[in-house]
Design a protein. Structure first.
Length: 226
């Protein structure tokens, strides 16, 4: 019953945010968007009793950095500096997530997937190069650097999610890995919409994939230690 009520609250928060994007209610987004990561962090900590302290700490830092990124990006239309600082917040989140995933592998005591099959890194590297080459002519000098570092960070995060394959609960792997791919999808949509071509219902698409990504990663980590 407790989990049902908590998820009902989450559904209200998500619906409020997505509806705001759908019908362009900026005030609605200002209210609901900051609550997304607060709920995800709160739910995680409520169910993280007995977990490895380093895992809990890294997850908390990733959630906090994501929340900071969320808040800053809400004001990105006012100034490019908010966009750059928002990228910095999410870059930090990707770094924390990467170390979190590596920690779960370390705890398992098994050999990581990419050490056994490093060729699986090729799709990540290729995707990053293609996206950066396409975006490069549209970026100013500061953004050229910022986007490069962010692309590297999110692809490292996603590859470390893949690296967990065979190192724990299979459902945990599936949830976290799917979340990492949705994170890439969300951020790619942001980049395409901001620098290349306007995407219809971009806010709705970006936030739905982003929220799903954060929720799946959080629940996937919890699943590992149930």
């Amino acid at each position: 019953m407790k989990k049902f009520l908590l998820h009902f609250l989450f559904a209200v928060i998500v619906a409020g945010d997505l509806l705001g994007h759908f019908i362009s209610l900026n005030n609605s987004q200002l209210i609901f968007k900051p609550l997304i990561m607060i709920w995800i962090a709160g739910y995680f900590f409520l169910h993280a009793k007995g977990m490895d302290k380093t895992v809990v700490k890294l997850a908390g830092l990733a959630f906090l950095a994501s929340w900071i990124g969320d808040v800053l990006l809400m004001f990105s239309a006012k100034s490019e500096m908010f966009f750059i600082l928002g990228i910095a917040g999410f870059l930090a989140a990707q770094v924390f997530y990467a170390f979190l995933f590596l920690r779960t592998i370390e705890i398992s005591g098994k050999k990581s997937f990419l050490k056994k099959k490093p060729a699986w890194m090729i799709p990540y590297i290729a995707f990053g190069l293609i996206v950066y080459i396409i975006l490069f002519p549209e970026l100013d000098p500061v953004l050229k650097v910022a986007v490069l570092f962010y692309l590297a960070a999110i692809l490292i995060m996603a590859s470390t999610a893949l690296n967990r394959y065979g190192n724990g609960h299979p459902i945990s792997f599936t949830l976290v890995f799917t979340g990492s791919l949705l994170f890439i999808t969300s951020d790619t949509l942001i980049a395409v919409n901001r620098f290349l071509v306007e995407i219809p219902f971009d806010g709705l698409l970006v936030m739905s994939t982003y929220i799903a990504a954060q929720y799946l990663i959080m629940t996937g980590i919890l699943k590992q230690y149930e």
